[in-house]
Design a protein around this ligand. Structure first.
Ligand code: 13P
Ligand code: SF4
Length: 344
């Protein structure tokens, strides 16, 4: 083991049960090697309240660490080695704009339940909590959209228009029951007449990484590797999901690869750190190829050096803080998700 890795392991050993390190599947192999738990967004958020460690270090992007902080028990501190690691999709939904849009829809007489993808700020989750809504992840989006549709007249799904379309497709919601909101000019251009007819109102955001995976890439992969199986993340455009053999969360993609027969060729459409890890893991048994090589620059901001630097100063490091009034409403939204999924 090189210096940095032995330093991290020594720090982990010294902290023992006081520390738990969580890592998202998009973290690099060098970071993942030091995690106690690895998972998709749903698995990691479920894990947090069960942990007994006083210090939780979240290797991922900021909204994930923030959700962990909202779900953490009294006295637990959540840290992240790269607090500036944002998410392009999360940035597309500012909380004041969401609140303004919900208020306009409400004034127009619509009872709308907001459902935010977990890739959003704590403030956005708090607005959803206050308006009777909840949160979903890519792994439970179908369950949660069905839940939200059962709450009122319409659902506002945000920020990901691709996950919205793909989930609506799995529920069989027809195209004319959906309406993509025009949120420009601070929400003053909403088409309230169109919004009043739709059951699913869609925020026009997307992931700058997954939006690049196109149906033509799937066609090219099938031409280059006849008989290959293609699986993609549901943040990809709906045309890409329809062209693929399967779609699901990062954990689904891992499972799909594990279950594919020996000798198969799998083409996976998601962030490259995960695809390269799967390719290494199954080398000699199955061929795993990226649909396209794309790295999430924000996920890459967590490095072994930054993890070591955080662990060295953990007792005096500033944890992730969420203002109590935001945390309370965001917690309500997240708890509704955990409860609805426990019942499903
Ligand atoms: P998962 O919930 O599937 O882990 O995805 C999170 C994410 O940010 C994908 O871009
Ligand atoms: Fe956000 Fe996309 Fe990166 Fe996931 S891959 S963290 S959605 S920018």
């Amino acid at each position: 083991m090189n210096d940095i890795h032995s330093r991290i392991e020594a720090l982990r050993a010294a902290l023992g049960g006081r520390l738990a390190i969580l890592g998202h599947h998009y973290q690099s192999d060098e970071v993942v090697a030091h995690t106690d738990y690895r998972g998709d967004s749903l698995e990691l958020s479920r894990r947090v309240p069960e942990l007994s460690a006083g210090h939780i270090v979240f290797c991922g992007v900021f909204f994930m660490a923030e959700s962990a902080a909202v779900l953490a028990r009294e006295g637990q501190k959540v840290h992240t080695p790269a607090p500036e690691a944002g998410c392009t999709m999360s940035n597309m939904a500012p909380a004041p704009l969401l609140a303004a849009v919900l208020e306009s829809l409400g004034r127009a007489g619509r009872r709308v339940t907001p459902l935010t993808y977990v890739n959003s700020s704590a403030e956005v989750k708090a607005v959803c909590g206050r308006f009777g809504g909840s949160v979903c992840t890519s792994a439970n989006a179908k369950t949660m959209l069905a839940w939200a549709l059962g709450q009122g007249e319409a659902v506002l799904f945000l920020p990901d228009k691709n996950l919205a379309a793909n989930t609506a497709d799995t529920l069989g919601l027809s195209r004319d029951e959906r309406h993509v909101l025009d949120i420009r000019a601070l929400g003053s251009r909403l088409d309230l007449a169109a919004a009043s007819r739709a059951r699913l109102l869609v925020w026009p955001g997307c992931c700058s990484i997954h939006h690049r995976f196109r149906a033509r890439h799937v066609a090219e992969a099938r031409a280059a590797h006849p008989g290959c199986l293609v699986a993609v993340h549901p943040e990809c455009p709906d045309e890409t999901v329809r062209a693929a053999d399967a779609a699901g969360s990062t954990s689904f993609l891992i499972d799909f690869t594990a279950k594919a027969p020996a000798g198969s060729t799998l083409v996976i459409g998601t962030e490259e750190a995960l695809v390269h890890r799967l390719a290494k893991q199954y080398a000699g048994e199955k061929t795993v190829l990226p649909l396209k090589d794309v790295r999430c620059g924000n996920m890459a901001k967590t490095t072994p050096e930054r993890l070591a630097a955080l662990l060295e100063t953990l007792d005096r490091a500033e944890p992730v803080r969420v203002a109590p009034e935001i945390a309370e409403s965001a917690n309500l939204a997240l708890r509704r998700m955990l409860d609805a999924c426990a019942r499903a």
